[in-house]
Design a protein around this ligand. Structure first.
Ligand code: MN
Length: 330
């Protein structure tokens, strides 16, 4: 169950959207997240990138980490690795991730907090469970979303936004059946705390069994719903969707979704979903592991800059100690 909860009856409510509204976005595709191993070998579910990357533009990747109850000594992360050309948005639903980077920044992302990292021209960082979690074990559940940067902003200096659990804007659906945690973007006059280079909206909703969530959505944005846990339906056609699956919506002005009346035991309190979308960048994408640029020449340059220690302002020591040890580029 997410660390951040609230009594929806005490929160600002979204207005009612009538069912008769004709511009509901339909569902184009349901995509199954694939299991993948990251970093030192922690398991993630990854609904994209898949075969057709354009579906997600301006997003590049979504990794769903957990939920997993680590035993002592089991927690793993991603040691030192580089990024260039985009932003990583790490949202910890439960548990903690410790971040250290080449600009001297860092900190603990924990229990409902979000870290927004604009890698821009280049950064080296490590993302690891804190020592205490490694020693004792514990619940670990989070997501990392990669947001692309347009060509003109790929060389921007690195920037961080630490968004505390209390900074997310909490809202209620019209009947109190859904709790929304708005992390970025604007919804009915409410603005999430994340400052985005590429315009996006990003929220986490807990929808009570049987409840409906209907929200307006900017027409110029794409629209995606990822299921963290539980079961429900998406779109006016009520297509079934469950944990680990992603819905890709078509064009329109609003989104509708509904939690199943009966939820699996692990999600008995409600259906947990991420609702997100952004303005497509519509530029060529060249990507290699942790680098996302516009051309192959820029990727080669990124690899050369990394190998020569020019990618970020980190000390040569970091590079020698950490990249040789794990060897792989994420
Ligand atoms: Mn990373």
């Amino acid at each position: 169950m997410p660390a951040v909860t609230a009594d929806t009856l005490l929160l600002p409510r979204l207005p009612e959207l009538p069912e008769s509204l004709t511009s509901w976005r339909d569902v184009r595709r349901i995509v199954q997240g694939r299991m993948s191993l990251e970093g030192e070998g922690f398991q993630v579910r990854r609904p994209f990138p898949g075969t057709d990357l354009s579906l997600a533009d301006p997003f590049l990747l979504l990794d769903h980490m957990g939920a997993v109850e680590y035993g002592p000594g089991e927690a793993k992360g991603a040691p030192w690795h580089p990024h260039r050309g985009f932003e990583t948005v790490t949202y910890m639903i439960d548990g903690a991730f410790e971040h250290t980077d080449s600009t001297g920044g860092g900190g603990l992302i924990t229990d409902g907090a979000t870290q927004w990292m604009t890698a821009g021209a280049g950064v080296l960082h490590s993302e690891l469970p804190p020592q205490e979690m490694v020693a004792k074990g514990g619940l670990f559940h989070g997501v990392q979303l990669w947001v692309n940067l347009p060509r003109a902003q790929k060389w921007t200096p690195p920037r961080y936004q630490d968004i505390g659990a209390r900074d997310a804007v909490l809202l209620s659906s019209v009947d109190g059946g859904a709790l929304l945690r708005l992390i970025a973007g604007e919804l009915e006059g409410h603005s999430g705390p994340g400052v985005t280079r590429t315009p996006i909206s990003y929220l986490h909703a807990t929808v009570s069994p049987g409840a409906r969530l209907a929200i307006p959505w900017p027409e110029r944005f794409n629209a995606l719903v990822y299921v963290l846990s539980g079961e429900g339906t998406v779109g006016p056609e009520r297509r079934g969707i469950e944990e680990g699956q992603l819905a890709v919506f078509g064009a329109g002005e609003a989104l509708t979704m509904r939690a199943a009346d009966v939820q699996p035991q692990a999600s008995a309190h409600g259906w947990e979903i991420l609702v997100f979308g952004g303005q497509p960048i519509n530029e060529p994408i060249a990507r290699y592991g942790p680098f996302v640029m516009n051309t192959r020449a820029e990727i080669i340059q990124a690899v050369e800059d990394f190998q020569a220690g020019r990618l970020a302002t980190t000390s040569a020591e970091h590079l020698a100690h950490h990249t040789e040890a794990d060897g792989n580029l994420r």
